[in-house]
Design a protein around this ligand. Structure first.
Ligand SMILES: [Zn+2]
Length: 174
């Protein structure tokens, strides 16, 4: 059973109350308050379904792009392993210009064997995404569940290669 009140554990982070949400992060920037979170944004790693893209590879690639650490808050491997890379209210680096008002979740995959955009979610990933979105939406009830390419003004691309609101929007009504 999932907890719906504080304290709750999300990824590796135990959230005791809103104050702990706003506790200082080491060298990242924080959003203004939990009211800042207007979007829960799903991404894909844009890697082929038959390719492994580890946390280490993701970290290396994001550091190459000049990010301090992985830009997403959460990363979900094909086997459902989930890792957290930013505190919940830490400003991420995943969806300009929405980084100050969103939490970024990325699933490994998004391309078929030939490199074409494709919804490659595994069952394990789908389960983890649902659990995570459910908890995050309880914490941030005003946030909309969207996919990267649903947001106007972002770089046009297929990410996350599925209709996020059609697949996961029901979680907003729980
Ligand atoms: Zn994306």
């Amino acid at each position: 059973m999932m907890l719906e009140t504080y304290p709750m554990t999300i990824g590796g982070e135990v959230v005791r109350n809103e104050c702990t949400l706003l506790a200082k992060v080491e060298d990242g920037e924080l959003m203004q308050s939990s009211e800042s979170v207007r979007f829960l944004i799903l991404h894909c790693s844009a890697t082929r379904r038959n390719q492994d893209y580890s946390v280490e590879q993701l970290m290396r690639d994001h550091k190459k792009r000049g990010f301090r650490t992985i830009g997403y808050h959460f990363y979900i491997r094909k086997d459902g392993t989930i890792t957290q890379h930013r505190k919940l209210l830490e400003v991420g680096a995943h969806c300009r210009p929405y980084n100050r008002c969103s939490i970024g979740i990325c699933y490994e995959g998004g391309l078929d064997e030939h490199g074409k955009p494709c919804d490659t979610r595994t069952e394990a990933q789908t389960e983890r995404i649902i659990e995570l979105l459910y908890k995050l939406h309880k914490l941030f009830p005003k946030a909309k569940i969207v996919g990267h390419h649903d947001l106007p003004g972002t770089t046009p691309k297929a990410c996350p290669c599925l209709d996020t609101h059609a697949v996961f929007g029901w979680i907003e009504d729980l």
